[in-house]
Design a protein around this ligand. Structure first.
Ligand SMILES: CC(C)(COP(=O)(O)OP(=O)(O)OC[C@H]1O[C@@H](n2cnc3c(N)ncnc32)[C@H](O)[C@@H]1OP(=O)(O)O)[C@@H](O)C(=O)NCCC(=O)NCCS
Length: 163
């Protein structure tokens, strides 16, 4: 199972005033807020942790059927700028994040070895949805494959797992 999330930093700057009162308290645990405060670039750390939580949520929701907005229950374990994990209610998902000047993109997986089996999909592929959750049907095998889609501002990223 996979999940991904992309943040367009230009749009995030327009849409969100993270310096606003209580924004950080509503989204990030005390431990996460310390990571943000201690970082030389708090803004990037915010979107890094945010995209990890969103990517992990996409798996959690798929696995459990539980839906909702509960950012504080999705807890990031931060290894470094690229790697870490997100835990929620005894489930742990591993994350890898790419940061550029323009975006922050995180991929979450259930097993670390899945990172070697990620395949990007094109935005022109036919993506269907069941209960809001996206999938594609493999043209050759007709097998249903879970995909994860994320779009924000100028960016669109779709991923699936190689068979
Ligand atoms: C549903 C949610 C994950 C969508 O994330 P988003 O950043 O708003 O939007 P994205 O572009 O990244 O993702 C949207 C795509 O995810 C897919 N998607 C929607 N719900 C999904 C789910 N529950 N599981 C997996 N994929 C889902 C859809 O394909 C959708 O694209 P589409 O509408 O074009 O088909 C988000 O709005 C949400 O509800 N998050 C709750 C978790 C939380 O507490 N987050 C707090 C912030 S850290």
């Amino acid at each position: 199972m996979i999940g991904n999330d992309i943040v367009d930093l230009a749009l995030a700057r327009k849409e969100s005033n993270w310096k606003r009162n209580r924004f950080l308290d509503k989204i990030f645990t005390i431990k996460e807020q310390l990571l943000i405060a201690d970082n030389e670039n708090p803004e990037i750390m915010i979107w890094n942790l945010w995209s990890r939580k969103e990517a992990a949520y996409k798996i959690y929701n798929r696995e459990t059927g539980i839906r909702g907005y509960f950012p504080l229950r999705l807890e990031c374990s931060y290894e470094n700028e690229i790697s870490g994990s997100v835990s929620i209610k005894g489930n742990t998902y591993f994350t890898k994040t790419i940061i550029s000047n323009a975006f922050v993109h995180t991929i979450a997986v259930v097993k670390k070895e899945n990172f070697d089996a990620i395949k990007k999909i094109n935005s022109n592929e036919t993506v269907s949805k069941a209960n809001g959750i996206p999938f594609i049907i493999d043209k050759q095998t007709k097998i249903i494959k879970p995909v994860s889609i994320s779009h924000h501002g100028r960016f669109w990223e779709g991923i699936t797992l190689i068979d």
